[in-house]
Design a protein around this ligand. Structure first.
Ligand code: ADP
Length: 242
């Protein structure tokens, strides 16, 4: 493995759709247990970066290592990562408990073990009492907690989140920000969190990668970005308030 022993490493990674290069020779190193946000305006390449890490898109160049293993040719289910999207993506015909058990079933975990793990994962988001409901019978915040619970049920080391809170109202969003931080701490997760919301990235993250046109302009702690923005783009983008 080249260089440091970072848990997640992007080395010179590019992604083009046709002639459009949306991720451009990008390097990114994330330590185990770190909470790192990918922050940038719409179209800067955040989701594409996350999709390459999750295995839903293949890079057109470069290498991605996770825990010392080269992953960019591995299918998503072999990457040991939980994923949470903005639109929850729960199965409407399944109950909450069945939704959460689904990733375990896919991995061949037996029934008794599944039930124990589902109970634990639901307790972590404090929604055990809703396990027999269908997603349509839940509020947006509850659905997003179920999606969170499903992403951690098989105890992945890494959880990837793509704008998971942007559909929620401000008060609930702020509450869920704290809950996600708490889960991260409690479970020792490595989290990569995509957002276009400066405040959200700066309050939640150990470090923030500011993206612009498929490149990282600066990767730094929140206070580093505030106090020492390295480019005009970073200064202006961090300075904007929502
Ligand atoms: P962000 O998450 O920062 O908004 P994206 O990674 O979604 O940015 O998109 C970056 C650029 O790549 C955008 O210009 C988008 O239109 C383009 N793009 C993303 N996915 C595809 C695709 N499957 N085919 C063609 N272009 C795409």
């Amino acid at each position: 493995m080249p260089g440091s022993a970072a848990f997640i490493q992007f080395e010179n990674v590019s992604k083009a759709f046709g002639t459009a290069k949306v991720v451009d020779a990008l390097d990114l190193h994330v330590g185990q247990g770190e909470f790192v946000s990918l922050l940038g305006p719409s179209g800067s390449g955040k989701t594409t970066l996350l999709m390459m890490l999750a295995g839903f898109e293949a890079p057109t160049g470069g290498a991605i290592h996770v825990d010392g293993k080269r992953v960019e040719r591995l299918p998503p289910y072999k990457r040991d990562m939980g994923v949470v999207f903005q639109n929850y993506a729960l199965f409407p015909h399944m109950t909450v408990a069945e939704n959460i058990a689904f990733p375990l079933k896919m991995r061949g975990v037996g029934k008794a073990e599944r039930e124990a793990r589902v109970t634990r994962a639901l307790d972590l988001v404090q929604l055990g009492h809703l396990q027999d409901r269908k997603p349509a019978q839940l509020s947006g915040g509850q659905q997003q907690r179920i999606a969170l619970s499903r992403s951690i049920v098989y105890e992945p080391k890494v959880v990837l989140m793509d704008e998971p809170l942007s559909a929620l109202d401000k008060q609930l969003r702020e509450h869920m920000q704290l809950e996600i931080r708490e889960l991260h701490r409690k479970l020792g997760l490595t989290v990569i969190f995509v957002t276009h919301d400066q405040g959200e990235a700066l309050t939640m993250s150990d470090r923030v990668a500011v993206l612009n046109r498929g490149k990282i302009e600066q990767l730094d702690t929140p206070s580093g970005l505030y106090d020492r923005p390295r480019t005009r783009f970073v200064a202006e983008f961090i300075g904007e308030t929502n």
